[in-house]
Design a protein around this ligand. Structure first.
Ligand code: NDP
Length: 494
């Protein structure tokens, strides 16, 4: 099917939602301000999108609060909420092509990935939480001659503030558990990627979600995002984004109403290949996909390769071969495996890191340049740095681009020391043929997720999130529902 669609032609006629979605419909803004949305595949202006200000955010929060207090969703029978969220998931799939196209136009990811990855994963996430609604139980605690119930209650109004790298999935990871537990939500997408979030608002209403339960406010972080963070009537912020902005949200919380905060932040994840790795082909494929998928714009990207000196040469050769299959191409072509970066600014940031790597003495084994200039788009080729020390900028800071920093080590202990020498703790991986070292490394790596002889495997049943400055709280799995609920203890005297 994918091969037969002329995506370029479809892109010319697709409707791009660009106004806030509040109280069940698209509305004019109070702000009257807009920001431009550019297609990073060729740099052309797509449309102007409303930039919500404090007054627009306040309208959305009021709508969410009204719906919550009225109980139209929060007190709806669990089976009815399940049915509506399942329908929402079905509608996401039914609108798969349009959503994928909108996502690719916003962020420049390959259309095949958007269609088969992002849309499907967002729909599955909503369905998973829909199914969970009537399958989670409270507790009855033992107390002397008194009945004690421990139940979870929704918080009220949840703000979801999300990034641009996987706009639909990141939104779904917040919407699924927040809505399933009965909250109302105000979603603020990243300024680069408002289209699919707005479309989600529309589809949720079509599915039967009462107006006001899901509002979407496109806008700038330092205006709309900040307004949500500081709002006295927002009970919780589910945030995914950079560590820097995550710290702002903690401040906003302290400056306002001590709202709950869940933070999924950045990373500098180690891919450790030990001397006893017995499948260098698999390791090379995992390392390459781990940094070049989504053009490296992945929070858990395996951006630091920590390789034992005994296997490095053989491994480098294999990774370099895999890198070729990620040569950037037109995001709207079905066969493209790596598209553009999200914006010109992001491309310049990545190229700046490449310059910094060279200036600090690392050498580029592969890549290192902007490509496809003639398209007007923002493309950087897969890049591998050798001779990296862990104190270099390209080993310490999150580049968020297709740039692998390879650090050579000697032995297990040095590998673990380097792996953990980072402010981040989102994820890590180890490639080894030894069951003993597999267990030792899985315990030693200080991160919320550790993969052994694989990379970036995921399931809705398994929590995702980080240690250290990669944040706290978990997305996915039943654990995510904890973030959007509070425990209430009830004591019933006999
Ligand atoms: P940012 O932190 O810049 O932005 C994330 C969101 O926060 C956006 O909606 C943004 O709005 C908003 N924002 C920006 N500044 C402020 C502010 N001062 N106050 C309130 N809100 C603000 O991240 P990016 O969008 O650049 O995404 C990349 C980052 O996200 C990377 O660091 C990556 O590691 C992380 N990430 C983490 C994941 C995880 O699960 N741990 C998953 C995916 C990404 P605007 O767009 O308008 O600036």
């Amino acid at each position: 099917m994918l091969q037969t669609i002329n995506w370029q032609a479809r892109a010319k006629s697709v409707l791009m939602p660009n106004r806030p979605f509040i109280d069940g419909r698209y509305v004019d803004s109070v702000s009257n301000e807009t920001f431009p949305c550019v297609y990073p595949g060729d740099g052309r202006l797509l449309t102007q999108v409303t930039s919500c200000n404090e007054a627009d955010v306040d309208k959305a929060v009021r709508s969410a609060r009204k719906a919550f207090d009225a109980g139209v969703w929060s007190r709806m029978a669990p089976t009815d909420r399940r049915r509506i969220l399942l329908r929402f998931s079905e509608l996401i799939l039914a609108n798969r092509e349009e959503l994928a196209l909108l996502e690719t136009l916003n962020v420049g990811k390959p259309i095949a990935n958007a269609l088969n990855g992002d849309v499907v994963s967002a729909a599955s996430c909503i369905a998973w939480y829909a199914e969970a609604i009537d399958k989670v139980y409270g507790e009855v605690a033992e107390a002397h001659e008194i009945t004690t119930l421990v139940v979870r209650e929704p918080l009220g109004v949840v703000a979801a503030v999300v990034p641009w790298n996987y706009p639909m999935s990141m939104a779904a990871w917040k919407l699924g558990p927040a809505l399933a537990t009965g909250n109302s939500v105000v979603l603020k997408p990243a300024e680069q990627s408002p289209f699919t979030a707005l479309k989600f608002g529309e589809l949720a209403i079509e599915a039967g979600l009462p107006p006001g339960v899901l509002n979407v406010v496109p806008g700038l972080g330092h205006i709309a995002g900040k307004a949500l963070g500081l709002h006295m009537d927002v009970d919780c912020v589910g945030f995914t984004g950079s560590t820097e902005v995550g710290k702002y949200f903690m401040q906003y919380s302290g400056q306002s109403n001590i709202k709950r905060i869940g933070l999924e932040l950045g990373g500098k994840s180690p891919q450790v290949v030990l001397a006893d790795c017995d499948d260098l082909d698999a390791a090379a494929a995992g390392v390459a996909a781990g940094i070049f998928a989504n053009a490296g714009q992945v929070c858990n990207a395996g951006s630091r390769l920590i390789v034992d000196e005994t296997v490095r040469d053989a491994l480098f050769e294999k990774i370099a071969a895999h890198a070729k299959s990620f040569t950037p191409g037109d995001p709207l072509e079905a066969a493209t495996r790596m598209g553009s970066l999200v914006t010109q600014e992001q491309m310049e940031r990545v190229l700046g890191y490449i310059d910094a790597g060279r200036a600090e003495g690392a050498t580029t084994l592969v890549g290192g340049s902007r490509v496809r200039l003639e398209t007007g788009g923002f493309y950087v080729e897969p890049t591998i740095f050798d001779g990296v020390r862990n104190d270099m900028k390209i080993a310490r800071e999150e580049i968020f681009g297709p740039v692998l920093s390879a650090i050579t080590v000697k032995g297990f202990d040095e590998a673990m020391e380097v792996a953990n020498d980072t402010i981040y703790g989102l994820a890590g991986a180890v490639w080894t043929g030894s069951i003993k070292n597999a267990h030792r490394a899985a315990k030693a790596i200080k991160a919320g997720v550790v993969w052994v002889n694989c990379f970036d495997r995921g399931s809705m049943a398994v929590p995702f999130g980080g240690f250290k400055q990669s944040g706290f709280g978990r997305d996915k799995s039943l654990h995510a529902m904890d973030k959007y609920t509070d425990l209430k203890a009830m004591w019933f005297a006999h």
